[in-house]
Design a protein around this ligand. Structure first.
Ligand code: PMP
Length: 326
């Protein structure tokens, strides 16, 4: 973990091998560990797929040297792809729904990428459609499409999963992670289920999101403030594999917001809303394992803290619940 002790020739070599740190508010009998993904050079979990998808696509010839990558993204994936694209000699264009944080868009531009905004009300679907239109207008342009590209899941199967299992000597009882594209959870879950078929897998989403409907639950659709996870249109989340998921846990924006502030105050963790939702859900799963309500192969729960709160200061993440814009 963060075992970079020698000089490295590229920031791409610093991606992954992030620390795995205990969440102290977990039950003593069932510890919870979180992978701190803000340690990546673009400061989020998405650096992993930026590097992995572009390198594999260049190898396979689906992306040509000097070509352009166009991606619909809420932000972190844009930063991750921009970090990798620049190093690999590729141009990058991102299509971002307006509501997402300005910090992320500034960082994508700083990394040399072009950012195009689509109306908030058109959702991620609108951004996806615009990205494909743009790709048709340009020569040598490719849309990696994190929402449907199996390389997204594969990146986590190849890196995040093995890192977690190595750090815990394979003793993982449950994997709990918020789903945006679901690549993180699917990759780690697939790796875990191969190690132990009874590994308990939990998808996390904000209340108001609709992943739960994929597992047959009747939940109400609402807007939510938690950023980076959840879906209003599960048909666009093609990587989500229901067979790999035991349950979907929904966390309200209010609980998530309180946990963002608790994690900073009590644990020194400057993490954002999706990390806090993961923390709430992972602690709940740990309590249920302790109480015998979940039969997990080991008494350990693993989750992910995808990015840092610093990226959301302008949205009032450390203000009152009403001040938080989400
Ligand atoms: N948290 C944040 C802040 C994110 O940007 C994302 C990616 N949308 C996620 C969590 C979820 O990751 P994944 O897409 O792998 O499900």
């Amino acid at each position: 973990m963060t075992t970079h002790r020698e000089p490295l020739s590229s920031v791409l070599d610093t991606i992954g091998r992030t620390p795995l740190v205990a969440v102290h508010a977990a039950p003593e009998e069932v510890p919870v560990y979180a992978k701190l993904e803000s340690f990546n050079p673009g400061a989020s979990v998405k650096d992993r797929i930026g590097k992995y998808m572009l390198e594999r696509m260049l190898e396979a010839g689906t992306l040509r040297p000097g070509g352009t990558v166009i991606e619909p993204t809420a932000g972190n994936t844009g930063i991750g792809i921009a970090v990798a694209a620049g190093r690999l000699g590729l141009d990058a264009v991102f299509v971002v729904p307006e509501r997402f944080s300005v910090e992320k868009q500034q960082l994508m531009r700083a990394l040399g990428a072009e950012v195009i905004n689509t109306p908030t009300e058109d959702g991620m679907g609108g951004a996806i459609d615009r990205a494909h239109e743009l790709a048709e207008e340009l020569d040598d342009a490719v849309v990696p499409q994190q929402f449907s590209n199996p390389l997204n899941t594969e990146a986590h199967y190849a890196t995040t999963g093995p890192e977690v299992y190595e750090a815990l000597d394979g003793e993982v009882g449950a994997v709990v992670a918020g789903c945006g594209t679901a690549g993180t959870l699917m990759g780690v879950a697939r790796y875990g289920r191969e190690r132990h078929p009874d590994t308990h897998v939990v998808a996390v989403e904000p209340e108001g999101s609709l992943y739960a409907t994929v597992l047959g639950r009747d939940v109400e659709e609402e807007e939510y403030k938690t950023e980076g996870i959840g879906t209003h249109d599960p048909a666009t989340n093609e990587l989500f594999e229901p067979d790999l998921v035991d349950e979907v846990v929904q966390v309200s924006d209010r609980r998530t917001h309180a946990e963002v502030q608790r994690l900073a105050r009590e644990e020194g963790q400057l993490v954002a809303s999706s990390a806090a939702a993961n923390s709430v859900a992972a602690r709940e799963v740990a309590r249920r394992i302790r109480d015998g309500a979940i039969d997990a192969p080991h008494d350990t729960v693993v989750t992910v803290f995808p990015d840092s709160s610093e990226r959301y200061l302008s949205k009032g993440i450390y203000g009152s619940f009403d001040e938080w814009e989400g």
